[in-house]
Write a protein that binds this ligand. Structure first.
Ligand SMILES: C[S@@+](CC[C@H](N)C(=O)[O-])C[C@H]1O[C@@H](n2cnc3c(N)ncnc32)[C@H](O)[C@@H]1O
Length: 312
């Protein structure tokens, strides 16, 4: 029997937030090297894909990174050879400063500001920076300017960027079509958008940390199996696979949409739940697709028209 136990709801109170924070903290401390290596490998693959499919070298380009998050791993990878601007709905501070800390307190709230400070004090940001340097074989971490703003109302001109990149963000935007429209607006004709997202109908679609590690299947698809009892640990919009597909094909005509499938073990667990009469309204394909990535070249322009502007 692959499936055992039953899901108990997780109250998202201060205590459970604190527990989650300790979990993430120890995960980030121990996992920084692996995390950075994984994200840099992924960014290299994206760059290779953009070159292979469209003949565009991501060198000396103007790049927008939407939702870079606190560690700026992929933003810094691109910034090593390009001019990169980030935008995030959180105030992201690369280095400690009183002004940034006050902005952070106003925008991110006291608890998240405390988490950021504790993370910096524990040296986790420093570990990430040195891992990035090690991976890229450089001495100083590339700087990225991150503005505070919303993916659904980008404070940039039409056709301002050669490449727009957005990792692991649109699944938490309540109106993702507005964010995707904005990406299409700010990229130049001939330029490229790449984004990826996590799917809500996947086994770990509620981003419950207990589904991220170990082999305990108790919590797999818990948010779909007992939606009244289960609490999402992160706010994901609930778009279904077919809704995402329709949205991308409408707003980014001709785009390439690829699904990442879960492994055979997870598929077998999903099939067992279905045999027990659960998760019947989902196809096994949807249940075992956990992420989507989208690659789109805006019509018009040409690779040569994306002028080199000199790296920062
Ligand atoms: C899961 S993190 C991903 C961080 C980074 N891209 C990565 O893959 O490691 C999501 C990031 O997107 C940001 N974000 C969420 N909603 C946003 C929005 N509407 N506009 C801009 N940023 C947003 C969050 O503040 C956070 O930094």
């Amino acid at each position: 029997v692959l499936v055992s136990g039953s899901y108990t709801s997780v109250p998202v109170n201060l205590k459970s937030q604190f527990r989650q924070f300790i979990y993430l903290w120890s995960f980030q401390r121990k996992g920084a090297a692996l995390d950075v290596a994984h994200m840099i490998r992924e960014a290299r693959e994206i760059s290779a894909d953009v070159k292979d499919k469209f003949g565009i070298d991501l060198i000396d380009k103007e790049i927008l990174e939407i939702g870079p998050g606190p560690f700026l791993v992929q933003a810094r990878y691109f910034a090593a050879k390009n001019k990169v601007v980030g935008i995030d709905s959180d105030v992201i501070s690369d280095r400690f400063s009183i002004r940034k800390s006050a902005q952070m307190l106003r925008a991110n709230g006291a608890f998240r500001t405390f988490k950021t400070m504790a993370r910096k004090a524990a040296g986790i940001d420093r570990i990430y920076r040195s891992e990035i340097c090690r991976e890229l074989g450089i001495a100083r971490v590339p700087q990225v300017q991150v503005e505070h703003g919303d993916a659904t109302a980008l404070p940039f001109n039409d056709a301002q960027f050669d490449f727009v990149h957005c990792r692991s963000v649109v699944h938490s935007v309540p109106e993702p079509e507005r964010a995707v429209r904005e990406m299409a607006r700010v990229v130049r004709p001939g330029g490229v958008v790449h984004l990826d997202l996590h799917l809500y109908a996947s086994y770990n679609g509620a981003l419950d940390p207990r589904t991220m590690t170990g082999t305990d299947s108790t919590y797999y698809w818990a948010h779909l199996r007992s939606p009244d009892g289960a609490k999402d640990m992160a706010l994901l919009n609930r778009l279904r696979l077919q809704e995402w597909n329709a949205l991308f094909h409408e707003l980014l005509p001709g785009c390439l949409v690829r699904a990442t499938r879960s492994d055979e073990r997870i598929r077998a667990i999903g099939e067992e739940f279905q045999t027990r009469g659960e998760l019947k309204e989902y196809s096994i394909e949807e249940l075992t697709s956990h992420a989507l990535d989208v690659l789109w070249r805006k019509p018009g322009g040409s690779p040569e028209a994306l002028i080199s502007r000199g790296s920062s």
